[in-house]
Design a protein around this ligand. Structure first.
Ligand code: CAA
Length: 410
């Protein structure tokens, strides 16, 4: 990998609706502090019926294309575990929706919450071979668990889009990382299920064990110590997990950390995830975005990215913050993406959770709910149809159907 490859631009998006944990706590009759203090969550993003990973990915990526254009984007990698098709890459739905170039490879990646980190590494490697090569990496997921389960409080949804280039303006990814993989059944989603299967307590220990191995691998190869890092961005299925993870790494390395030390290393990274909930593979990159948007100046400092995907794969990456990075951030837009959400009642959330799409290919038009720039318009002839919001539903669906019939690119 080219040592100077990294993140040139970074943008996040989330959903139309938000469920506050106080409402969930009131419904199930538990002390709300179990959520606000116990797992470190205040709220979780809930998609409208006409939102999915494609609309969130498009919303996150659009500002990047508006700022940098599409020149040089030869690869588009969409990382998700909330796929919309078993064969076609979800990234191809974006292709027309946001005007991506024809001369690009467009792929979907999956490995639970880890896959966006793999995408970032693949993108950096492509740049090493050709410094003109730009990759649009998008992480997008919707975390869904059964209503009434212990995991219900750890749902959420978001997307993070990154432009990966040589000579990046924000974050330079360092070439050495630490890796760990193992076959564990802590969390998974069989193809016949809409919600994940999870062994909650086991998943927490599997996460801690995996990141410890990834750190040990990194430490052997990079000869850096934990105190060298100015901040640690962890995958955050719930924000308390990042606190557990950081304490675990420090203790396993002979330290007895004070709470303030842990807060200093990770507090800023939890600011968005605390309000969004788990966004699976996007979660680590929401943590990174929150760090940039809330921390004091990080210029030139090394930061750690600690990625975990159940099943499991973990990676410990180090990166250096590029001088002048603050000029390239999107802090106002990122905060707006969260503050524009409409709070909903528990009943409204439960209704959305029960809503299921037809599975027999019958025509289905989704109700107009999102106020975001793109919407999932429905299904016709087994084809998922997307459109810019307020565009004519009929014509979007007709265009998709006739393009498929002709085998032509619309
Ligand atoms: N006030 C303050 N704290 C309280 C409290 C109160 N009134 N009541 C409970 N708590 C605390 C508990 O002491 C506990 O804290 P510790 O973990 O520090 O001991 C915390 O709140 C949670 O309480 P429980 O352990 O009783 O919670 P639970 O069993 O109901 O569920 C969970 C917790 C297992 C994490 C569950 O939410 C779950 O299964 N989530 C999904 C799985 C998950 O997110 N796993 C994370 C690792 S796997 C991964 O990272 C991949 C991924 O994205 C899924």
């Amino acid at each position: 990998m080219n040592t100077s490859a990294g993140i040139h631009d970074l943008s996040i998006a989330t959903t139309e609706y938000v469920l506050e944990h106080t409402r969930l706590a009131a419904h199930i009759g538990v002390d709300p502090r179990k959520f606000t203090h116990g797992i470190g969550q205040d709220a979780m993003s809930i998609p409208a019926e006409d939102e999915d990973i494609v609309t969130m990915a498009a919303t996150a990526a659009r500002p990047i294309l508006e700022r940098h254009g599409t020149d040089g984007i030869r690869t588009v990698l969409l990382a998700t575990e909330t796929g919309v098709d078993e064969s076609k890459a979800a990234a191809l739905y974006l292709h027309r929706l946001i005007g991506l170039p024809d001369n690009a490879r467009v792929i979907e990646l999956k490995q639970a919450c880890y896959s966006a980190t793999a995408a970032l590494q693949f993108a950096a490697a492509l740049t090493a071979g050709d410094p003109e090569h730009r990759t649009l990496v998008i992480a997008a997921d919707i975390a869904r668990y059964d209503t009434g389960s212990a995991a219900e409080a750890t749902q959420g949804a978001a997307a993070a889009a990154m432009l990966v280039t040589a000579d990046p303006a924000i974050l330079r990814i360092e070439p050495v990382s630490g890796l760990y993989s193992a076959h564990v059944m802590d969390f998974w989603r069989p193809t016949y299920r809409r919600t994940a299967v999870v062994d909650g307590k086991y998943s927490v220990t599997a996460y801690l064990d995996a990141i410890e191995h990834a750190w040990n691998d990194y430490h052997k190869r990079a000869h850096r110590e934990l105190p060298d890092f100015a901040a640690f961005c962890y995958h955050q299925p719930f924000t308390k997990m990042a606190y557990k993870a950081h304490r675990h790494l420090l203790e396993r390395n002979g330290q007895t950390p004070a709470p303030e030390q842990i807060e200093h290393a990770i507090g800023a990274t939890t600011r968005y995830n605390r309000l969004v909930g788990n966004s699976y593979t996007a979660s680590l990159y929401l943590a990174l975005t929150a760090l940039f948007d809330h921390a004091d100046d990080l210029t030139g400092k090394p930061i750690a990215l600690v990625s975990y995907g159940s099943g499991c794969v973990a990676e410990f990456l180090s990166a250096t913050v590029v001088p002048g990075y603050r000029r390239h951030l999107r802090t106002r837009a990122n905060r707006e993406a969260l503050s524009r959400r409409t709070p909903i009642t528990y009943e409204h959330y439960a209704r959305l959770a029960r809503t299921a799409l037809p599975e027999d290919g019958s025509e289905y038009h989704t109700p107009h709910q999102t106020s975001g720039p793109y919407r999932f318009a429905g299904i016709t002839g087994h084809i998922r149809c997307y459109e810019p919001r307020r565009a004519n539903l009929r014509s979007a669906m007709d265009a998709d159907t006739s393009a498929a019939a002709q085998g032509a690119r619309p």
